[in-house]
Ligand binder design. Structure first.
Ligand code: FAD
Length: 377
């Protein structure tokens, strides 16, 4: 089939490479002038790697990622550095971390020459017929996959949008410009309306993120200084991670997710994939992982299918992926509420509950999220 993929993010690229390997003729439209975006780090779990392996991309992503985090002590810490909870190692055994730029580059290199068209803002037909319009030129395809991200214009054009919800917090992200000794301890530290995460990258540099519960659109005149101030007094090596990051490499985004899960991921011969379909908060580290699952599900369902099967296949894709991503989106939102709690009483209760909860229970809950329910039959 001739398939258009709109958006060369992790979701769109994975779908494009998977579908291309099955013999489909793929054209990718990306609005950015450059193939690879800026970005910080990313973690992926076993569900993403199961899906990537199925597309023949598992080793490609392993080669640009590190499994070092999987051997570190998992759990949540208090800003003083004491552990609130430690979960069993098996809960993160499949976890790997990568720099986003490396991941994008590795996926892009699998596209056939000429498949990726950058600097092209692509719009779908509102009735879902499989055509793509760039400027004043419209091209017909057999299928259109719109992976145009959280602020998807195509989701709106197709009449599938439910709006976005501000999650109540903003997130700084950065990657250190040199290796930092994290003393074998990664993971998250939870404070009051704030959390800080430390993730080792393959070359010893550290990807970190720091959040702050605040109103949407809050402005800081100096982001580097603001994040240093917010996490002053937190345990080592948080201060060193921030100071080892070039000020211009600190980025900040307000965090949003979909106001409500979509009632469908498809209209006609056009499907939504990745954040366009199910943007969620980053609290479970599953946004990109779910987009990768979408890509593998669509590829598998289309494998050996004829054009006449397309409508039933797209309905099945929508049903399977809505069910899975609704659960992950809701749990991620819930995890965000707990992690970002700011009221001192609530934080005290949360910390006591964490100290009393068996780590094995938390481990089992996260392992359920890390299992991809792949399509059968
Ligand atoms: C602070 C933070 C931390 C996170 N950490 C993790 C993590 O550790 N693990 C994880 O799995 N997920 C994480 N996520 C989520 C993850 O970043 C996203 O889920 C993922 O990047 C979405 O990929 P995507 O391809 O669906 O969309 P995007 O990456 O947004 O890509 C969409 C692409 O479409 C292009 N585009 C948009 N409109 C058009 C158009 N009309 N025509 C052509 N091109 C268009 C854009 O330029 C962009 O390149 C995190 C998110 C945040 C905010």
């Amino acid at each position: 089939m001739r398939i258009a993929v709109i958006g060369a993010g992790i979701g769109g690229l994975t779908a494009a490479v998977g579908l291309q390997a099955d013999g489909h003729e793929i054209t990718v439209f990306e609005q950015r002038p450059e193939p690879s975006p800026d970005g910080a780090g990313l973690t992926l779990f076993g569900n993403a790697f199961e899906a990537l392996d199925l597309l023949g991309l598992g080793d490609t992503v392993r080669a640009v990622s590190s499994g070092a985090i999987a051997s570190m002590r998992p759990g949540q810490r208090h800003p003083s550095g004491s552990w609130l909870i430690t979960v069993p190692q098996r809960a993160i055994a499949s976890m790997r971390s990568a720099h986003r730029v490396d991941l994008h580059r590795a996926l892009t290199e699998h596209l056939r020459a000429g498949a990726l068209h950058t600097g092209q803002t692509a719009l779908v037909a509102a009735d879902g017929s499989p055509s793509v319009t760039v400027g004043d030129r419209t091209e017909d395809f057999d299928l259109v996959v719109s992976a145009d991200g959280i602020r998807s214009r195509n989701r709106v054009a197709l009449g599938l949008d439910t709006g976005l919800r501000y999650a109540g917090y903003t997130a700084w992200r950065g990657v250190t410009s040199r290796p930092v000794d994290i003393q074998g301890e990664a993971g998250e530290t939870w404070g009051r309306g704030q959390l800080f995460g430390i993730v080792p990258l393959p070359d010893g540099r550290v990807y970190w993120f720091g959040t702050l519960s605040t109103s949407a659109g809050a402005a800081f005149s100096d982001e580097h200084e603001a994040v240093q101030r917010q996490f002053a007094g937190w345990h080592d090596p948080i201060r060193e991670c921030i100071s080892a990051t070039r000020p211009e490499a600190v980025m900040r985004h307000d965090v949003y997710d979909l106001a409500k899960p979509l009632t469908s991921f498809t209209r006609g011969r056009t499907v939504l994939l990745g954040d366009a379909a199910h943007a969620m908060t980053p609290n479970l580290g599953q946004g990109a992982g779910q987009g990768i699952e979408d890509a593998a599900t669509l590829t598998l369902l289309l494998r050996n299918a004829s054009r006449s099967d397309c409508d039933s296949i797209l309905a099945r894709y929508s049903g399977l992926r809505r069910k899975r991503t609704r659960t992950v989106l809701q749990r991620s939102r819930m995890a965000g509420r707990v992690a970002q709690a700011a009221n001192p009483l609530t934080v005290g209760l949360r910390n006591t509950a964490l100290r009393l909860t068996p780590g094995s229970l938390m481990g089992t809950l996260s392992q359920r999220i890390h299992a991809w329910p792949k399509p059968t039959g």
